[in-house]
Design a protein around this ligand. Sequence first.
Ligand code: PGA
Length: 231
Amino acid sequence: MKKLIVGNWKCNPSSAKKAEELIKASDRVNVVICPPFVFLNEGKLLKNASLGAQDVFWEDGARTGEISVSQLKGLGVKYVIVGHSERRALGETNDSVFRKTEAVVKAGMKAIVCVGEPIDVRKIDITAAEEFVALQVSAVEPLISSKKLIFAYEPIWAIGTGVAATTDDAVSMTNHIRSCCGTNKIAVLYGGSISSKNAKDFLDRPEISGLLVGGASIDSKEFGKIIDIAL
Ligand code: PGA
């Protein structure tokens, strides 16, 4: 099976011109580009890659500052990241993750649901980390049968730190997520300090369905190398 490579640009780049350049450079099959909302419209330049969003709100209407699923759909968005740890740090809860994921799925888009434990939990032991992740997975459990969910295992301590999980730990948590879902037929990505240097180690593992790439996805050369490894 082909691996999925998702680029999460976070709050980058600083101009539409740079966003256009990056979009054109990343436009390859089995790639999902997730620009910030302000550059989603540049996604119309994509011919091969799919467009993703970094978050969503679950309702249309009187919600100042929010973006709804119907607005995203109208821009050609096919994937939505939900519950990224950086959103959870700003107040996202398992309950809001469920509502957002439900709205995405009902709209016919795919939700990339991020799960992952903080360092203090990982330091206790693997069981504590597994229990933490199981709770996050169980929040969206009623939606698993929709077949529109993809999980991304992103240990918080690995995001943007330059210290990725070991591939064995990533595989073990990937298996755990699938067992929480009660099905092997669900894609689980790994994310956290992926670069062109370590991407192959993760992509070589059949249990890992692809990568969620942050920092390296806004460096077009580096991201290009990661895509080359995957395809
Ligand atoms: P990173 O971010 O690749 O910069 O560690 C991953 C993410 O936050 O999705």
